[in-house]
Design a protein around this ligand. Structure first.
Ligand code: HEM
Length: 175
């Protein structure tokens, strides 16, 4: 492994771990915390939400920062590889445009996810409308986060290619 491989690996670890923390937190809040707290009276519920909010906020800020930094670095590193490796449609410009369109759409959706993830743990009056209907906006944010993960896998496949066995191994198969 050369030093550029190590950098790519560290960036990948950081990006994946931050995505796991961010989306895992949203799923736990939507399907664990919100339904459990719905059984309590309003003032107890608000106190628990506030206690969770204060503790979870640094994790959300940390995950967003890591996703942005490692994501932009990934983009700069992988962009060249996509150009050099027209695996799918033969034409390099098409491969390139495909990757850039996916990246652009993914980036915009990720910004919406960041907005809602921050609003859900914020306390500003401007974002109170999000917390007034927590279950709904948690579902929307989680669904958008899943779309981002699916798009990321697709982007990756554009420069790594599909997981098909090498020709020699395929030739040894007994069907
Ligand atoms: C909700 C936020 C995000 C989630 C859940 C997410 C998730 C992921 C996942 C699961 C991967 C695949 C990692 C791998 O297989 O190695 C990935 C790759 C990537 N992400 Fe993100 N990401 C998010 C935000 C961002 C942002 C904000 C950027 C850019 C600033 C970004 C740029 C990238 C790039 C360039 C790749 C590499 C794709 C490739 O292999 O060509 N991501 N992301």
């Amino acid at each position: 492994m050369d030093s550029s491989d190590s950098v790519t690996l560290v960036l990948r670890w950081a990006h994946i771990l931050a995505a796991v923390v961010a989306l895992g937190g949203l799923a736990f809040a939507r399907f664990g915390v919100v339904p459990a707290l719905a059984e309590l009276d309003a003032s107890t519920r608000d106190r628990i939400h506030d206690a969770i909010r204060r503790r979870w906020l640094p994790w959300v800020i940390g995950a967003i920062t890591l996703l942005l930094v490692s994501g932009l670095a990934n983009f700069l590193l992988f962009n060249g590889r996509v150009k050099a490796n027209p695996t799918f449609w033969g034409a390099t410009w098409m491969q390139d445009a495909h990757y850039h369109i996916l990246f652009g759409v993914k980036f915009l959706i990720a910004m919406v996810v960041f907005y809602f993830a921050s609003a859900l743990v914020g306390r500003g009056t401007g974002t109170q409308w999000v917390r007034n209907d927590r279950a709904k906006w948690l579902s929307v944010t989680l669904a958008l986060g899943v779309v981002v993960v699916l798009m990321s896998g697709w982007m990756r496949q554009l420069h790594t290619g599909p997981n098909s066995p090498p020709a020699a191994a395929a030739g040894n198969r007994v069907d």
